[in-house]
Write a protein that binds this ligand. Structure first.
Ligand code: FRU
Length: 475
């Protein structure tokens, strides 16, 4: 059985090495760019670089190599996460300028004498700017903020700048852990993108995790949503079931005027096993698009079975819109549909098999309970009337992921993207989303849609990543 069976056909993943957070997402001079946290030496040495993929259509991507490496003292232990800001007309040719903001991670060598805890002592977090005029070559690095610049309430854990433009100024969110082990974000303002001054500190009304990573802002139709990834929330039956969580607070007003958020309003983006650290950007057509890390740090779940040389992938790009309940819906960008082959009707109680292990399954007008079963019973996505239950028949296929239930008081429609070893489930027009990796052993994809529904079709999906690595070189 070849490892190639797990390679993805419409999700970004490295050819070899470890991937985590998406970084620097943008559409720049017409081209989409997605960078990500990358450790080419994995499973050795946990340093991080920015690997770079580019695309004209959000479906066919090219691996452009490693763009940012650890080459100054301020980022010597990792080019950590950050975002892109495209500044209109700011390049020397009068065109747009790509500005990449990231955290330079520095961890001091452990010295028992020095008694370092790596929270209050023993590390640095530097915010750094790199620019590009062509999306291929990158400027020298400019260190903008160091630990001494952050408010005294912060520990040394401050990172993951999200920069955007609003009301004629530039704004930066940073995730932080404060001296009381409470997660929070810092908001900075700037006129030139280089000199930054603190504007506010945003807290939850009651403590909500010890650290907030990867802050982000979503602004749609005059509504602001503050996204964060809290570490340290307890595991509960129906929520917060992963190691760390990723979600958002719908805000009452503008992020620029917000000092407190109500932790009771926190909504998780995705209830699957493999989702964290998403980033959001607005493309040239004005769509707000989210891409998440489809992976996990949990040690009892594998994402690289059988000695696979790469670990993890990104989700497909998802368009964000506001649903009738005021919360955000996520749906795959329509560009993904260009990979669809001819529609195959699905019937309850009869499985259909296709050669590709890639499909876009669409069920509409669902009535009552039922189940979608893939590869005999390798994975079952069942609706019980109150919950969506995801279960695996075999721990090898699940890579250690165990059955999970997601509260869902009705089910109208279901869309399931199956891309060899990645599955994304979208229910009720993208109101509820569930992402998971799995490692199927069957050669063909078998689908059985045991639901009563108005529509039930499956589209085999093209391998859109077949040429992604053609000109790429490792590292
Ligand atoms: C989130 C995170 C970020 C950090 C990066 C390092 O997954 O911990 O806070 O910048 O990963 O890879």
């Amino acid at each position: 059985m070849s490892h190639d069976r797990y390679r993805l056909g419409f999700h970004i993943a490295p050819k070899a090495g470890w991937l985590n957070d998406p970084n620097g997402l943008c559409q720049f001079r017409g081209v989409y760019h997605a960078f990500f946290q990358f450790n080419p030496m994995w499973p050795q040495i946990d340093t991080k670089y920015w690997r770079h993929f580019a695309s004209l259509d959000l479906l066919h991507w090219k691996d452009c190599g490693t763009s940012l490496v650890t080459d100054i003292k301020e980022d010597r232990n990792g080019v950590y996460s950050g975002s892109a800001l495209v500044r209109k007309g700011a390049a020397s040719d009068g065109g747009d300028l790509m500005c990449l903001y990231y955290t330079g991670n520095v961890v001091y060598k452990d010295d028992p004498e020095a008694n370092m805890d790596f929270v209050h002592t023993g590390r640095e977090a530097n915010e750094i700017l790199v620019t590009s005029e062509d999306g291929e070559t990158f400027s020298e690095k400019h260190v903008l903020l160091r630990n001494s610049d952050y408010p005294n309430v912060c520990t040394l854990h401050v990172r993951d700048p999200k920069v955007w433009e609003q009301d004629g100024r530039l704004w930066m969110l940073l995730g932080a852990r404060d001296q009381n082990d409470q997660g929070m974000v810092l908001l900075y303002g700037s006129d030139d993108g280089v000199t930054w001054r603190i504007k506010s500190q945003v807290y939850s009304q009651n403590p909500f995790g010890y650290m907030w990573e990867c802050p982000n802002i979503v602004q749609i139709d005059g509504h602001d949503f503050l996204a964060v990834c809290p570490q340290g929330l307890p595991d509960e039956v129906d929520r917060w079931q992963n190691l760390w969580q990723a979600g958002y607070f719908p805000l009452e007003g503008s992020i620029l005027d917000t000092l407190l958020v109500d932790e009771g309003t926190f909504v998780e983006w995705d209830l699957g096993y493999d989702f964290y650290a998403p980033q959001v950007f607005v493309d040239e057509s004005g769509r707000t698009i989210l891409i998440g890390w489809m992976g996990t740090f949990e040690e009892n779940r594998t994402s690289s079975p059988d000695g696979l040389r790469w670990a993890h992938c990104l989700t497909v790009p998802r368009v964000l819109t506001i649903g009738a309940n005021g919360l955000l819906r996520q749906n795959p960008v329509s560009e993904i549909e260009a990979a669809r082959g001819e529609a195959i009707p699905l019937h309850a109680s009869r499985h259909i098999a296709i050669d590709e292990h890639r499909a876009d399954i669409v069920l509409t007008g669902i009535e009552g309970v039922g189940a979608l079963v893939l590869d005999d019973d390798a994975i079952e996505i069942a609706y019980t009337g109150k919950k969506l239950e995801i279960s695996f028949s075999d721990a090898k296929v699940s890579g250690g992921r165990i059955d999970r239930q997601v509260p869902l008081d009705h089910l109208d429609d279901l869309r399931v993207l199956v891309d060899t070893s990645a599955i994304e489930i979208y229910a009720n027009g993208g109101e509820t989303v569930f992402s998971t990796r799995w490692f199927p052993t069957a050669d063909m994809l078998k689908v059985e849609a045991g639901f009563r529904s108005e529509g039930a079709v499956m589209y085999p999906m093209e391998d859109a990543m077949a040429d992604a690595f053609v000109d790429s070189h490792d590292m």
